[in-house]
Design a protein around this ligand. Structure first.
Ligand SMILES: C[S@@+](CC[C@H](N)C(=O)[O-])C[C@H]1O[C@@H](n2cnc3c(N)ncnc32)[C@H](O)[C@@H]1O
Length: 272
């Protein structure tokens, strides 16, 4: 039965490795073959991602609920979190409390992962609307870290966002902002193009660099002498040169780009 199901998915245009993985997930989740078949039918007809059909996804070693309003967690973001943890631990003694800002939290995976892995951090996490924030809060609650994360509705281009910077000194500012260009978005799989939120992938601006510039400009104006900060971004490889120009414009000279496992530039770490 498994190979028939895998073949159904492949015939619908789904990559072989992904098809094998999805059938194995479905078999673990459901013992009733008719339920599995029903989901495979829906999956092939609509190309809706399996995570949205199941209403959940995995990130690192934990589970979160996902709806089509939030991005499905990606393995690239696991690299961002793992590499950030390595770097932040060097920044301060383990015993000290660290303040973190997560910008564009989506399902809340970044603050949840950071809280699960580091006992000494507290996070402010923002996103653009209440239903995303409610989902992220519930995910934090289901993972036992809701006391350590303040979730807020906030648009990073509005004044409220500037207030967050004025009122807090963050040791770590982390973000996986919308970084897919409109032309690249049109080349992506139907799962992404038709079902994942465009605001999370492409954003609402004509140039994706503005997200990074907005954040770095606020870090720059709120910089305090002697206070060390780490800024950690997930990036799209073609943005590298534009990002270098922004770093130069705001006088950030201590930074590193990091590649993902496929050899693509994926993270930018800035040290103040
Ligand atoms: C690429 S997704 C990242 C989601 C999550 N952090 C992750 O890594 O899976 C970008 C997130 O930024 C949010 N976003 C888009 N525009 C925003 C804005 N102007 N202000 C705040 N958040 C925004 C989206 O709603 C989305 O959740």
């Amino acid at each position: 039965m498994s190979s028939e199901l895998v073949n159904k998915l492949i015939r619908a245009g789904i990559d072989k490795n992904e098809a094998v993985k999805e059938v194995s997930i479905l078999k673990k989740e459901f013992s009733d073959p008719s339920k599995i078949l029903e989901l495979i039918e829906e999956r092939t007809k609509t190309r809706k991602p399996l995570q949205y059909l199941l209403g959940k996804a995995f990130f690192m070693d934990f589970e979160v609920k996902v709806t089509p309003e939030v991005l499905i967690p990606r393995p690239e973001t696991e690299i961002l979190v793992e590499e950030t943890i390595k770097r932040i631990q060097k920044l301060k003694a383990k015993s000290q409390q660290l303040k973190v800002l997560d910008i564009g939290t989506g399902s809340g995976i970044i603050p949840i992962a950071l809280c699960r892995m580091m006992p000494n951090i507290e996070v402010i996490a923002i996103d653009i609307n209440q239903s995303i924030i409610d989902l992220a809060y519930n995910n934090a609650k289901n993972n036992g870290v809701q006391e350590r994360v303040k979730f807020k509705v906030c648009d990073l281009f509005l004044e409220d966002f500037e207030e967050i910077f004025k009122k807090n000194s963050f040791n770590l500012i982390i973000s996986n902002p919308p970084y897919v260009t409109k032309s690249n978005f049109n080349k992506l799989d139907p799962e992404v193009r038709y079902h994942e939120p465009a605001i999370a992938l492409v954003g609402s601006k004509s140039d994706n660099l503005v997200y990074y510039e907005r954040i770095l400009s606020l870090v720059s104006v709120n910089r305090k002498p002697g206070f060390k900060q780490l800024i950690a971004f997930e990036i799209d490889p073609p943005l590298k040169d534009g990002l270098k120009s922004i770093l130069q414009k705001y006088n950030f000279d201590n930074y590193e780009f990091l590649k993902d496992y496929s050899g693509h530039q994926r993270c930018l770490f800035v040290y103040t």
